[in-house]
Design a protein around this ligand. Structure first.
Ligand SMILES: Nc1ncnc2c1ncn2[C@@H]1O[C@H](COP(=O)(O)OP(=O)(O)OP(=O)(O)O)[C@@H](O)[C@H]1O
Ligand code: SF4
Ligand SMILES: [Mg+2]
Length: 408
């Protein structure tokens, strides 16, 4: 039983941020939150944790990461935001896994959970595990790893490239100083000279021609594309096994975008690493990814190989995403948009989250959350259209339509 489950019985009634919360209700929520958060933090800050407590086994040794029923929550004063609510998927060695979904669906929180960088104390991994195949041959459950051990992996074996490099680079230090620091921190026996040599080598690898000059520049002296190259060079400095790229090209113009994506693909092959590529842009996914994970309101609603997802998307949300992609085969002259909004993250329903926006919604859809249906070993979707009562209802509708068409 997860830690959060122990507190589940104490349901906080009347919590709904669409309604006015009285001071008393707010106080009650804060009190409950303090208790829950204290317990999570106590667990995380335990001293002398033995390795056996966070050692585990990969389900499939060809994976570098396995998310297994991950739940990451934010305990806010208006209620619990279930940002990631039971997410399971794998990142195979040497592959690019694209994670798509609309703003706020939990893409970044999933990746931050993997880095143990969720904004604490409000943000906590409430349940599930993240298995990571480390370079030393051991397999760790990151959700149980103590902070000091995580420091050995973060930045060295798992590196992150953020959307906006200007917020990640420190404006008061030269590029070289910031790059050297990464090498000095993570590479055993590194000296000032070897760190500089490595930084220059990495700048060169990411296609920066005058690397000696850039090494001495401040971040504001570089263009957006150059800064993103520097971020990639920094991420690569310690030969990571996995790169998390969270919207790496959103802040860049289209031509630079293409160059950066090409660069990412090349460096992945050079280091034989894996990439978790988070993006809104289906075009980027089609170009880059091997596998795709589609998220909606904190859960995975469809996953599969890029071929399967693009050739035959199954979930009405994924189908809508494909239709709303600019440059697609449009029959109409206007771009398709998915009507409606994501439900309130604090009061998620116990039935399909996409129900209020779905053109195919049936009776069952507003009663039960759909199970995952398998179309191939890799292709799965959570939708009532494809099994049980929902499938019967669909068939009946189809028969009725056929009959009425026959009569006409
Ligand atoms: N520090 C926080 N406190 C409270 N809620 C948070 C916090 N950080 C994220 N959330 C909530 O978690 C949910 C998931 O956020 P996340 O940043 O993962 O979305 P995303 O899919 O990365 O969106 P985007 O595409 O806009 O980057 C959102 O509902 C967000 O409001
Ligand atoms: S479960 Fe029902 S409402 Fe949800 S996506 Fe499928 S058809 Fe639409
Ligand atoms: Mg994000």
């Amino acid at each position: 039983m997860g830690l959060f489950d122990r507190f589940k019985t104490k349901k906080i009634e009347g919590v709904d941020d669409t309604m006015y919360l009285t001071l008393r209700e707010e106080r009650r929520i804060t009190k409950e939150n303090t208790k829950i958060i204290k317990e999570f933090e106590r667990q995380k800050n335990r001293k002398h944790v033995t390795e056996a407590e966070y050692l585990t086994q990969m389900r499939d040794p060809s994976n570098v990461v396995e998310f297994d029923n991950l739940h990451t929550y934010f305990f806010t004063e208006v209620g619990t935001v279930k940002a990631v609510n039971g997410v399971s998927f794998d990142i195979p060695q040497g592959k690019i896994v694209g994670v798509v979904g609309e703003s706020g669906c939990g893409k970044s929180v999933t990746s931050l959970s993997l880095m143990q960088l969720v904004q604490a104390p409000q943000g906590q991994i409430a349940d599930g595990s993240i298995r990571y195949q480390a370079g030393n041959g051991k397999c760790y459950d990151i959700t149980k790893m103590p902070k000091d051990q995580m420091l050995k992996i973060r930045g060295k074996e798992i590196a992150m490239i953020f959307q906006e490099p200007m917020t990640s680079l420190n404006p008061v230090f030269r590029i070289g100083e910031q790059m050297d620091e990464v090498v000095l921190l993570h590479v055993e026996g590194a000296t000032a000279e070897s760190a500089k040599a490595r930084s220059i080598e990495m700048l060169n690898l990411v296609g920066i021609a005058d690397e000696e000059k850039i090494y001495k520049n401040y971040p504001h002296e570089l263009s957006g594309g150059m800064r993103q190259r520097v971020m990639i060079a920094m991420a690569l400095a310690c030969d990571p096994r996995l790169i998390i790229a969270d919207e790496p090209t959103t802040a860049l113009d289209v031509t630079i975008q293409a160059q950066i994506l090409e660069l990412l693909r090349n460096v992945k092959d050079k280091i034989n690493g894996s990439i978790m590529l988070i993006t809104h842009d289906l075009g980027v996914i089609a170009e880059m990814a091997d596998n795709v994970v589609v998220m909606y309101a904190g859960r995975i609603i469809e996953q599969g190989t890029v071929h399967e997802i693009f050739k035959e998307p199954k979930h009405p949300y994924t189908i809508g995403l494909m239709k709303s992609k600019p440059g697609g085969k449009l029959k109409e002259d206007r771009l398709y948009s998915i009507k409606g909004q994501v439900p309130n993250p604090i009061n998620m329903p116990d039935f399909c989250y996409f129900c209020n926006r779905c053109d195919h919604a049936m009776n069952i859809c507003s009663k039960e959350y759909p199970n995952m249906v398998k179309f191939s070993p890799d292709h799965l979707t959570a939708c009532h259209l494809y099994y049980g009562e929902g499938l019967q209802e669909q068939n009946q509708k189809r028969m009725q339509n056929n009959q009425s068409e026959g009569k006409e």
